[in-house]
Structure formats: structure tokens, C-alpha cells
Design a protein around this ligand. Structure first.
Ligand SMILES: Nc1ncnc2c1ncn2[C@@H]1O[C@H](COP(=O)(O)OP(=O)(O)OP(=O)(O)O)[C@@H](O)[C@H]1O
Ligand SMILES: [Mg+2]
Length: 283
């Protein structure tokens, strides 16, 4: 019994310097679609984010929804294809992605945060002109995928004063054309625009792997220069994620982290303990 008490107290004491360091700071959290699949983990995530707000951090959530979008596309017999980590998006794909992201997943996350005791507000790239997008350079290969050219943080700052902002990664251009936006890119650019202290990417692997097929090959730490060097050789979802880590750091973040969203409370472990989990990118 005493032993258990000792370790609880030790854990709280370990957290104290971090709580002090992070007080009043903005942390952008990318919530990956793959980490959202399990009901228990979804509840844990909401509880963790609410705790961050209570201890004085300013959490901003940006979410993806890859697996769920794929599931609905398959229901509708639409072809699912990726090119260099980006979803190949024709007009129908963009429509489904928006319905799933903004219509379903975003409001579910908002509801869960509300239920756990901190009111949240959901928004997409169009709200308050949050994202200005243009077609990506390789639009011929990927279709309506947008690249974020500018983030207007005004709306976020207003909301974050009282609520937890929850951002769905979709956006439209001035003509009203909708685009799919990779959620990692959105998170990296939001972190940079807000001058966030940290950016944390929850995903479905233990971190950046030297060999994607070998979970024991995790790269625990890398500099932005090392990331830049390896970017062209990266595949799948890891490429936009590491690009986003670099964006966040160039925008002033002290570190960016890719952590395993399948591990319960990995967000709290990363923020408030000395445990070195996932991959940490530093300037
Ligand atoms: N070098 C690598 N290290 C780790 N994972 C890699 C690597 N290369 C490719 N991957 C793949 O990247 C995936 C994570 O990115 P993915 O885009 O699928 O999910 P997410 O970004 O967390 O969620 P969402 O795209 O819905 O926002 C992993 O499941 C893994 O298969
Ligand atoms: Mg992804």
C-alpha cells in the first residue's frame, strides 16, 4: 500500500516541473484517424485533453480521419488510392471526406470533450477563413488536394480563450471549390502560425521507423536537418507527418513529437513524464 502511494506521489512530483513549464503555452495535438478507432482510447484521449486545459495549457486539436473516410468510400463503391501519402481525391472523394471529417468525426470529438468537462468548438478550414488553400503542386496525380498557403489564427485565438478548438482538415478556395487537406500538414501549419510550444502527432505506430516493417527500429530523436535530408525517401503517411514536424519547429516550437496513439494516455506520458516515447524532432 505504502509502495503504491510512494509511486503515485513520485509521478505527481515528476509532472510538476512540466506543468510549470507548460502553463499558458499552446500545444497543437494532431489526432490521427488510425488512433481514433478504439472506443476506450477515444475516451482516454478526451480525458487527457481536458486535463491539459484544467492544468493551464492551451490545447488545440487538429484531426484526420483516414480509415473512416476509406470505410465510407468503400461503402459507396468509390476507388481508394494514395499517391506519396496523399489521398487521390476526385470531386466525390472530397465530398465524402468532408462529410466524414466535419459532419461526423469532428462533432464526435467535440461531444466527447464536452462530456469530459471542457467545452470544445469544432471548425473546418472555411470557418473564420482559417485556411487559405491552393491546389498542391502534383494536382495532376492527386486531384483536389489542397496545400495550405496561409493560416489566419484570429478565429483560433478567439475560440481558444474559452474553448478547446477542434479543427477538421478540409478547406475551400475562393471560388468555393473544396479540397482535401492532409491533417498532418494542417497541424504543422497551425502550430507554426500559433507559435505553439509543442506539436504532438498521435498515430498508429510507435514513432518514425528506420525500417517501416520493423517496430524495433524507432528513431527516438532527430533534428530538422536530419528530417529534411530523409524526407524525399519517406513513404506513406510518415512523409507529411515529418514535414509537419519540421514546419512546427521552423515556426518556433521547441519540439515536435510523433507518438503511439494506440497506447493509453500516451499524450500525458509525453507531456508530463521523463519517459522518452515516440520520435522527438528538435531544431
Ligand atoms: N518510416 C516509417 N515509420 C513509421 N510509419 C511509417 C513509415 N513509413 C510509412 N509509415 C506508415 O505511416 C502510417 C501512419 O500514417 P497515416 O497517415 O496512415 O495515419 P495518421 O496520419 O496517424 O492518420 P490520418 O492520416 O487519418 O490523419 C503508419 O501506419 C505506417 O504504416
Ligand atoms: Mg496521415
Amino acid at each position: 500500500m505504502t509502495g503504491a502511494h510512494d509511486s503515485s506521489v513520485a509521478t505527481l512530483l515528476e509532472a510538476l516541473p512540466y506543468i510549470r513549464e507548460f502553463h499558458g503555452r499552446t500545444v497543437v495535438i494532431k489526432y490521427g484517424g488510425a488512433a481514433m478507432l478504439d472506443e476506450g482510447l477515444r475516451e482516454d484521449f478526451a480525458a487527457d485533453v481536458v486535463l491539459l486545459k484544467y492544468v493551464g495549457l492551451n490545447p488545440v486539436i487538429v484531426h484526420g480521419g483516414g480509415p473512416e473516410i476509406t470505410r465510407y468510400m468503400e461503402k459507396l463503391d468509390l476507388e481508394v488510392r494514395f499517391h506519396e501519402g496523399l489521398r487521390v481525391s476526385d470531386a466525390e472523394t472530397v465530398e465524402v471526406a468532408q462529410m466524414v471529417l466535419a459532419g461526423k468525426l469532428n462533432s464526435e470529438i467535440v461531444q466527447r470533450l464536452n462530456r469530459h468537462g471542457q467545452p470544445a468548438v469544432g471548425l473546418s478550414g472555411e470557418d473564420g477563413n482559417l485556411f487559405e488553400v491552393a491546389p498542391v503542386a502534383n494536382a495532376e496525380q492527386v486531384g483536389f488536394v489542397g496545400s495550405i498557403e496561409r493560416v489566419d489564427v484570429d478565429v483560433l485565438n478567439h475560440i481558444a480563450a474559452d474553448y478547446i478548438p477542434v479543427i477538421a482538415s478540409s478547406a475551400s478556395d475562393r471560388s468555393g471549390q473544396s479540397y482535401n487537406v492532409n491533417a498532418d500538414e494542417a497541424a504543422g501549419k497551425v502550430a507554426a502560425a500559433l507559435g505553439a510550444h509543442k506539436a504532438i502527432f498521435l498515430t498508429d505506430v510507435v514513432g518514425w521507423l528506420e525500417d517501416p516493417a520493423d517496430e524495433s527500429s524507432r528513431i527516438s530523436q532527430a533534428t530538422v536537418a536530419e528530417v529534411d535530408e530523409k524526407l524525399p525517401s519517406l513513404e506513406g503517411g510518415m512523409r507529411p507527418k515529418l514535414q509537419a514536424c519540421a514546419d512546427a519547429i521552423r515556426g518556433g516550437a521547441q519540439s515536435a513529437h510523433i507518438i503511439d496513439g494506440r497506447a493509453p494516455h500516451s499524450l500525458l506520458l509525453e507531456l508530463f513524464t521523463d519517459a522518452g516515447i515516440g520520435t522527438m524532432v528538435i531544431p
